[in-house]
Design a protein around this ligand. Structure first.
Ligand code: SF4
Ligand code: SF4
Length: 133
């Protein structure tokens, strides 16, 4: 079974991605990650609050640690809200559905992503921001 490392807040970023990113290497890696995760019927997903397969090609990843310290807070918040095991075997779209059922709304998206510099070009944030529940 294919195995991926995914820091929790990237469950949301993978949905919001519209081709923007830090550089070409980063965006290509992110695109490949999304495409290869979605094509599998079931994958082993290691959820965490640390650098993952997407961070691997990011210029902000310095020796395995993101220079933006607040991303860990976003990861922790999401893991707490979703109350999932750290290692799950799931279809990637099913994980997205679970996350969206709890997080895709105005209140939660602003709590989690309110300080993200990409939120104005993030499809997930723009959609979630309009949902009041
Ligand atoms: S607003 Fe930022 S942190 Fe939130 S999902 Fe979009 S890109 Fe990720
Ligand atoms: S900014 Fe940080 S959390 Fe986001 S992809 Fe880069 S290293 Fe990972």
């Amino acid at each position: 079974m294919k195995e991926i490392n995914l820091r929790a807040h990237h469950i949301l970023c993978t949905q919001g991605f519209q081709g923007y990113g830090y550089n070409e290497q980063f965006t290509n890696n992110l695109m490949n990650f999304i495409n290869s995760a979605k094509v599998e019927s079931k994958i082993k997903i290691n959820l965490s609050c640390k650098c993952d397969d997407i961070c691997e090609k990011c210029p902000n990843n310095k020796k395995g640690v993101c220079i933006h310290e607040d991303v860990i807070h976003m990861d922790e918040l999401i893991l707490k809200e979703l109350n999932l095991k750290r290692i799950i075997e799931s279809n990637f779209e099913d994980l997205i559905k679970i996350a969206n059922s709890k997080l895709k709304n105005h209140k939660k998206c602003n709590e989690i992503c309110g300080r993200c510099s990409w939120k104005n070009v993030c499809l997930w944030f723009k959609e979630a921001d309009k949902i009041y529940i």
